[in-house]
Ligand binder design. Structure first.
Ligand code: COA
Length: 525
């Protein structure tokens, strides 16, 4: 008889092929390629020496002289034409702060250390986890009890504990001339220079030292008495207060501390700080191929929902990198996310427990011992937990089969099962509506069949499994294969086709035979 495939034609199909949407991948590198708004394009000499030489810091500071907008004749090279520089308060004499800082560094006795220049109103803020204004948070003692389930929570909690113990500190510094802050900025500059090798070093220094930019940093306490804290990493951004968004310029964690959760915690601190201190609602950033994955995990999206008028012309424009956006939630306690997630998880667990008994663990090993260690003696209905899980003896599968077996060992039972299955298979093969199912569908006849049907089956394949006498260990398995065969047919073919009708008729015939066999088996017991 003809195979199923030979009877199929395109007109019969109930579905048409779908064309998968092309995946797009950015092939960008992180090099600073172009800035449309800059007056000159040839301003950014490539970085050459990494790691920086010992003179690096001083060179960087010299470069930083030009970083302060409005104070450098070369300003136009790197300036961002945001059109509202007047929005910002007049800034202090940058050169003098740099001079002071340099002098402080060279002063071995430290006599000029901490000589603050009155510029701190810009942004010298120590960030504290959980001290913002928004949302309810877990009390500290409760936080200690939180179950650390999942890598995210475990890392966040570990870092939070470090913070609470005073070993880690998240701060926001900008170029304010305070010695310690400047040292930290230089430490951060070195990390950026190493971690973002395609960024010109001078460009990094310029933005980092530009007073319109702020840097949220994670610092580790220096064990040396009075030592400057070690910079673990940081994010430099520029807040656009009137537009209420910020642009992230650089973000990096030192090489030996990556993938330990610092990047995530830093971003959480940044979001809270930018929202609560700067009044920002969004962040934008240009991410290169390597960084897109990290930013996606920090809730950045590739879609830009912010009105273009709000940001266009304000932020720097790069080629070959992807502009990403992040909306800052107005209430979320970002630095307490782990505690919130733990609580939500606990609440969901409790609800699940109310609805199910999946938390009950049954000692199957004990049960087996009691039954003499042999599976031959085990009755399905005696298996601990099975009835609790909702199983009843009239269900398909083992139980239906045992209705036939009545007595005898497992070999006898398997023989009885095989005989039953053979008989059922034959009644299908002999049926006049079985012809579409006798052979596997030939892809030459129906080229797109296997695009739609991922788990094909047919009577010939089922027959081979029956012949092996080892495949169908339960009646249920056999019934599942036949059911799939009919379902596949109805998935691929539309209801007005002969194949669809054959499937329905043969299935009805098959199930009537199964019912009859079950009933006669039950009577014979
Ligand atoms: N691509 C994809 N995923 C990344 C990633 C990257 N480059 N860097 C980190 N991740 C993932 C981590 O595996 C982790 O995923 P998980 O939560 O599923 O385990 C998650 O992001 C957060 O990791 P975390 O440990 O908090 O980040 P981090 O401390 O390693 O900091 C960077 C992330 C990107 C800042 C850091 O890897 C880095 O400095 N990279 C080099 C500089 C850089 O590319 N900066 C970004 C552009 S300015």
């Amino acid at each position: 008889m003809d195979s199923h495939s030979s009877h199929l034609n395109a007109a019969n199909r109930s579905r048409s092929s779908q064309t998968p949407s092309p995946s797009h991948s950015a092939s960008a590198s992180s090099s600073l390629h172009k800035r449309k708004l800059a007056a000159s394009e040839d301003h950014a000499p490539p970085s050459t020496s990494f790691p920086p030489s010992s003179n690096d810091d001083l060179e960087s500071l010299s470069a930083a002289r030009g970083a302060d907008s409005g104070s450098d004749p070369d300003e136009s090279e790197y300036a961002v034409h945001d059109g509202y520089e007047e929005d910002f308060a007049p800034e202090p004499d940058h050169d003098s702060s740099i001079r002071t800082f340099t002098a402080a560094r060279l002063d071995v006795n430290g006599s000029s250390r901490n000589a603050k220049i009155k510029t701190e109103e810009i942004s010298t803020v120590e960030l504290q986890a959980g001290t913002g204004t928004a949302g309810a948070i877990a009390p500290k003692d409760e936080a200690a009890k939180i179950l650390t389930c999942g890598a995210y929570i475990a890392r966040e909690e570990a870092l939070r504990r470090e913070e609470e113990a005073g070993r880690l500190k998240f701060v926001c510094y900008s170029n304010d001339g305070v010695d310690d802050h400047m040292m930290c900025l230089i430490g951060l500059k070195n990390i950026f220079a190493r971690q973002l090798p395609n960024m010109p070093k001078e460009y990094i220094v310029r933005l980092l030292m530009d007073r319109k930019h702020k840097s949220v940093m994670v610092l580790r306490k220096n064990e040396v008495e009075g030592g400057i804290p070690l910079v673990v990493g940081g994010i430099t951004y520029r807040p656009y207060h009137r537009q209420r968004f910020g642009e992230i310029a650089f973000c990096a964690i030192s090489a030996d501390e990556q993938v330990k959760g610092y990047g995530t915690r830093l971003m959480n601190h940044l979001k809270e700080h930018a929202r609560d201190v700067d009044g920002l609602t969004h962040f934008l950033t240009y991410a290169d191929n390597n960084a897109v994955g990290y930013f996606l995990k920090q809730s950045f999206t590739k879609e830009i929902y912010l009105e273009k008028d709000v940001w266009h012309g304000y932020i720097k424009d790069y080629d070959g990198v992807l502009l990403m956006e992040c909306r800052i939630d107005p209430k979320l306690k970002y630095t307490n996310l782990s505690s919130m997630i733990s609580k939500q998880r606990k609440a969901i667990d409790e609800m699940i427990r109310e609805l199910s008994n999946c938390q009950n663990v049954y000692q199957v090993a004990e049960f087996q011992k009691k039954e003499g260690g042999s599976s031959k003696n085990i009755r399905v209905e005696d298996i601990p937990g099975l009835r609790d899980a909702g199983w009843t003896p009239d269900q398909w599968g083992h139980t239906r089969y045992t209705l036939f077996s009545g007595s005898g060992d497992s070999v006898t039972k398997q023989k009885q099962l095989n005989a039953l299955i053979r008989g059922l298979l034959k009644t299908m093969q002999d049926h006049s509506d079985a012809w579409p199912f006798k052979e596997p569908v030939d892809p030459l006849d129906v080229p797109d069949y296997y695009e739609f049907i991922k788990d094909p089956i047919d009577l010939k394949t089922i027959g081979k499994r029956v012949e092996s006498e080892q495949y169908y260990m339960t009646l249920d398995m056999f019934v599942a294969d036949t059911r799939r065969m009919f379902n596949n047919c109805r998935t691929y073919n539309s209801p007005d086709t002969v194949y669809y009708r054959c499937a329905t008729k043969l299935q009805a015939h098959f199930f009537s035979k199964v019912q009859a066999a079950l009933q006669s088996g039950a009577k014979s017991q």
